[in-house]
Design a protein around this ligand. Structure first.
Ligand code: S3P
Length: 439
């Protein structure tokens, strides 16, 4: 399906979970809440759960493992059966487009010890899985990937009386999906597990596992999980709004004249707020206030107003803190004065698409001057975005970024295969309409 986004004059609205228009629950937290609750013993209750393509893949996979759950108006109830509670499914588990599902599932299934094949869409089959296969093998898991290090992943059943090895695992990427996979497998380790990360990645798993009773000790980039054998406690959590989803609306407000958006109860975990910091350093009129904490996660209010931006350089540790935000950041950078340079972001080539290549090609299609580099891109700022036609390239974040570019364009933007946004943010266009934007 194609969608035409016409230029708009400005976005004015207030979103909070208490209104009909809320920022949907965080995708990373929704995945973890569903997965970890299945491993707990007893009933977990999660409100503001994200109901979208990628999370429904996770829930369907849990059903195939005989975990009972209900999802009613974004409240997810899961009947957890403990670490060994999964039933071996008859068919391979389909992880759709969701890398988080396949990587978290691999860790949880490794802990459970059942034999399963994990597979997914042609797009998912291109994403690197050797990064989880190698550490899992070091823990004694019998797992193999295809000879290109990709899905399908085959896990062989283990003697139910045997656990996994502990020891020290050094991760080669700062990746929360990989770290979480190893932590989940580590729940079945027979001795202490120590994980070293090369850089800080989002720490939702550590916070949630601690809230569920796992005695993790964290010191900088080292996580220590002492041997323990008590079951995970069920989870009760109201999920914050997704800061990555909020990013599209925030940038839309900043780059269209006369806007003021107020977003309430958005997740403000500092491992995720890189985009807010960069936009502020570019001169964005952003007001961020922490208002509450839920199961170890900070939440708060963000007020975004239209602003004049200056170009900036993004590199180093900041890249991981905004790893999902580069498509929308590029749109903000195109509207800024001066050049913007992104470096140290080669990991973007392993996302839903080669995100550096796809982003540069599609923004060029709508007239933005952006140049691909080995590990990022360079954008000439202060542009009037002419508009035109572009493709989503099977990437939900690219599709929404193109839509936001359309709002600030001269002639509008047509996006092909727009339905991909349902993977992470099905209410995106409804929310935009609620801001007064005519679509
Ligand atoms: C995620 C971690 C990030 C992010 C992805 C979700 C998670 O991936 O890009 O959208 O929920 O842990 P990596 O861990 O591969 O960097």
């Amino acid at each position: 399906m194609n969608r035409f986004i016409s230029p708009t004059m400005g976005l004015i609205a207030q979103f909070s979970p208490s209104t009909a228009f809320n920022i949907p629950g965080d995708k990373s937290l929704s995945h973890r809440a569903a997965m970890f609750s299945a491993l707990a013993e007893g009933e977990s209750r999660i409100t503001n759960f994200l109901d979208s393509g990628v999370t429904s893949v996770m829930l369907t996979a849990l059903s195939a493992l005989d975990i009972k759950w209900t999802l009613d108006e974004n409240t997810l109830i899961v009947q957890g059966k403990g670490l060994k509670g999964f039933t071996t499914p008859t068919d391979p588990l389909d992880c759709g487009h969701s890398a988080t599902t396949i990587r978290l599932m691999a860790g949880a299934l490794a802990a459970s010890g059942i034999g399963v094949t994990l597979d997914g869409s042609p797009g998912l089959r291109k994403r690197p899985m050797d990064r989880i296969v190698e550490p899992l093998q070091k823990l004694g898991v019998k797992i193999s990937a295809s000879n290109t290090g990709t899905a399908p992943l085959v896990l062989t059943a283990r003697d139910p009386k045997k656990g996994l090895l502990g020891g020290t695992i050094r991760l080669s990427q700062a990746s929360a999906q990989v770290k979480t996979c190893v932590l989940l497998a580590g729940l079945a380790a027979q001795s202490e597990l120590i994980i070293h990360e090369p850089g800080f990645s989002r720490d939702h798993s550590e916070r949630m596992l601690k809230a569920m009773g796992v005695p993790l000790q964290i010191n900088g980039l080292t996580i220590r999980m002492p041997y323990f054998s008590t079951p995970l406690n069920p989870l009760s959590m109201d999920l914050p709004g997704d800061i990555s989803a909020a990013g599209f609306l925030i940038v839309a407000a900043i780059i269209t004249q006369g806007s003021k958006l107020v977003l309430e109860e958005v997740g403000l975990n500092s491992t995720r707020t890189g985009l807010l910091d960069v936009l502020t350093s570019m001169g964005a009129d952003l007001d961020v206030q922490i208002t509450a904490q839920t199961a170890g996660e900070l939440t708060g209010r963000i007020i975004a107003r239209s602003s004049k931006l200056q170009g900036v350089t993004v590199s180093g540790d900041l890249v991981v803190r905004m790893i999902d935000e580069f498509p929308i950041f590029a749109v903000a950078a195109a509207c800024a004065e001066g050049e913007t340079v992104v470096k140290d972001a080669a990991e973007l080539r392993y996302k839903e698409t080669d995100r550096i290549k796809a982003l540069c090609q599609q923004l060029q299609n709508i007239g933005i001057m952006i140049k691909e580099t080995r590990d990022g891109f360079i954008i000439r700022g202060n542009q009037r975005i002419p508009g035109g036609s572009a493709q989503s390239c099977g990437d939900h974040r690219l599709a929404m970024s193109l839509a936001v570019a359309g709002l600030a364009s001269q002639h509008g933007v047509t996006i092909e295969d727009i339905e991909i946004i349902n993977q992470s943010f099905p209410s995106f266009f409804n929310l935009l309409q609620h801001t007064g934007t005519s679509l």
